[in-house]
Design a protein around this ligand. Sequence first.
Ligand code: C2E
Ligand code: CA
Ligand code: CA
Ligand code: CA
Length: 278
Amino acid sequence: AQSQQGNSAVIYTENLSVNERERLALETQLSQALDRGEFELFYQAQCDLNTRRLSGFEALLRWRHPDGLIPPDRFIPIAEESGLIVPIGRWVLHQACRQAKTWHDAGRDRPVMAVNISPRQFQHPEFMATVREALRDSGVDPCCIELEITEGAMMDDAESTIAKMAELRALGLHLAIDDFGTGYSSLAYLKRFPIDRLKIDRSFVRDLGRDEEGAAIVQALIQLAHSLGMTVVAEGVEDSHQEACLRDWRCDLMQGFGYARPLPEPGASALLEAHRAE
Ligand code: C2E
Ligand code: CA
Ligand code: CA
Ligand code: CA
């Protein structure tokens, strides 16, 4: 037993260093991925819960690494820690604004484009300039762009966060708080931020049918958001039971595999066209 324990300890350290080496390799490749044109945006539709009409899309980043598609959960944390998220996030913002403009020009309705902004990106001194530039270059109507910010980005310095949010809204943009309920912000804190929309995290939606507590939490989140004047999007809606509950509880919008998966640009454009033809 002794020597077995010893062995597993050795294997464990070796694994760690393998992970660390993999991580470093990934970071190097990540720093070249922009220049190599390996990033792509997928788009996941959001719809109105009452009418089931398409209302917008969330832009979701994909990395076409030479060895295959790498999911954001594997590279966004590395990009965030290394600071690479700043240039990558700038590319995302430009690309998403351009795509929104293309869609607006092709039809009469104007689907909203929601863009994820990481905490490091939000706090970067150049962030406001980047946003202005993306709006100017694309010519998109700012009120159709929604920035998704997590609670993590709001924790550092409330006053400067509020000031920056006010500046973004003065440009005409909308703000959503993403993954709500998974961070540490207090409810009293929430009301101080000029936020238009709250996104209920997928974990709460998953538990909504499990027991009375799960249902009570989602209902309370919807009521809270509405009482603060925000609209509510439920994330990760996969089945009609979840959808029916959310509709009953007056949730505004939903997003999830039950309506549409994240799609590459041609698929998302086709979905939008089909919706427009209805
Ligand atoms: P998120 O912002 O919470 O995005 C929603 C995630 O939930 C997406 O994963 C989406 O594919 C997934 N999802 C949507 N509906 C369902 C469903 O019904 N069931 C299940 N099981 N999953 C669903 P994805 O695309 O892998 O992105 C993961 C995370 O990576 C995102 O979570 C976001 O935090 C981050 N991310 C993605 N793109 C960007 C980006 O451009 N910038 C930044 N900073 N972060 C990004
Ligand atoms: Ca998001
Ligand atoms: Ca989310
Ligand atoms: Ca989430």
